[in-house]
Design a protein around this ligand. Structure first.
Ligand code: SF4
Length: 352
């Protein structure tokens, strides 16, 4: 009979990737790494982690930074609410805990943007507390190992996998055990072409033994993607252009973009010029030309996007108090979503 946790931790010691957040017990750095890695591959996340920690080396530097600066550091990573939540929570730690990172699971999980998984990761990695981590890698590994068919995206599935991970958890080394669970899921029990012949658990793995690896993990619901239609306008003046800040509870809150009309279907330049621009922007004599068309895919949304060159009287443009004139050379000072950065690159405007 294999001693699960010992075997796992031994495998980890020999095979773990050397990543900077694995050599620290500093909860701030672990927190930053975990938030970055929530929706990001390790390879991309590593660069962001190193530069984020360099810019904001501790809680107070993050708490005292302007939100624009935090979003700028996050630019290109996506899921910007993660950056806003980090900023919010850093301020909260400074005011409520005098800048000292909370040490108990119940306080860690109260931080904005920290759910069950992240709280368990911080609590175990930084403070050696016995909470199991269950991320996508762990769901896949455990579902295959034990042949569990309960859908992982249901509350029943979440509960079942959490309880199993809790039963298996090493109480003497929860940090090493949790790191190892995620690492084996990421390096060996991969979604495609898992390396079963190298897996220390292949003799006890139900999916491997029954040749049903690709039946796991089971999911009930496919993510529904909503289609949206964005029409952006490049309005230039001398060596600059107009941008605007996104507000409201929507994607990319507090990031910058070009003036936008969102329509409920794909619309032509003619329709924009004759109907939507006069109605929504109050421009009378707009001349517009399609510059670029693209489809931008987010986890829950597909953005069918068109970019137009818009020429109108500058008086009209300036009547929009939410439009900000910036020089092209200052674009890198502002945080833009990747969709806009791609457009700037496509038409040769210097990007951030
Ligand atoms: S034997 Fe294969 S499917 Fe089973 S846990 Fe190991 S890597 Fe995953």
């Amino acid at each position: 009979m294999i001693d699960f946790s010992n075997t796992l931790i031994e495998w980890y010691k020999e095979n773990a990737r050397s990543l900077p957040w694995r050599f620290t017990k500093n909860p701030y750095k672990i927190w930053i790494s975990e938030i970055i890695l929530q929706q990001t591959q390790v390879k991309q996340g590593l660069q962001y982690y190193l530069s984020f920690i360099k810019t904001f080396p501790d809680i107070s530097s993050l708490a005292n930074a302007a939100e624009d600066k935090v979003l700028k550091a996050w630019q290109g990573l996506g899921y910007y609410s993660r950056a806003r939540n980090l900023h919010f929570s850093a301020k909260m730690i400074l005011s409520t805990y005098q800048g000292e990172f909370p040490k108990s699971y119940k306080d860690i999980i109260k931080l904005k943007g920290v759910g069950l998984y992240t709280a368990a990761a911080i609590a175990s990695f930084a403070f050696d507390l016995p909470y199991p981590v269950v991320d996508g890698n762990v769901y896949r590994f455990l579902s295959r190992l034990k042949g569990i068919k309960t859908p992982i995206d249901t509350s029943e599935g979440k509960k079942q996998f959490y309880e199993l991970a809790h039963q298996l958890l090493s109480l003497t080394d929860p940090a090493g055990h949790n790191q190892a669970m995620m690492e084996i899921g990421s390096l060996i029990c991969k979604p495609k072409l898992p390396r079963c012949s190298e897996c220390p658990f292949n003799t006890m793995c139900i999916a491997y033994q029954t040749n049903t690896i690709y039946d796991f993990p089971v999911k009930e619901n496919k993510v529904k993607q909503r289609k949206r239609y964005f029409n952006y306008f490049l309005i230039q003046e001398k060596d600059g252009l107009y941008i605007t800040k996104r507000t409201g509870n929507d994607i990319w809150k507090n990031l910058y973009e070009l003036p936008l009309i969102e329509s409920n279907q794909s619309v032509s330049a003619k329709c924009l010029k004759e109907e939507l621009i006069p109605q929504k922007l109050n421009f009378e004599s707009a001349s517009i030309k399609l510059l670029h068309k693209t489809k931008h895919i987010l986890s829950h949304q597909i953005l069918e996007t068109k970019f137009f060159l818009l020429i109108d009287s500058l008086e009209n443009v300036k009547s929009h108090s939410d439009y900000i004139y910036i020089k092209q050379s200052d674009l890198q000072e502002y945080a833009f979503p990747q969709l806009l950065l791609n457009f700037f690159a496509a038409i040769g405007i210097s990007k951030g």
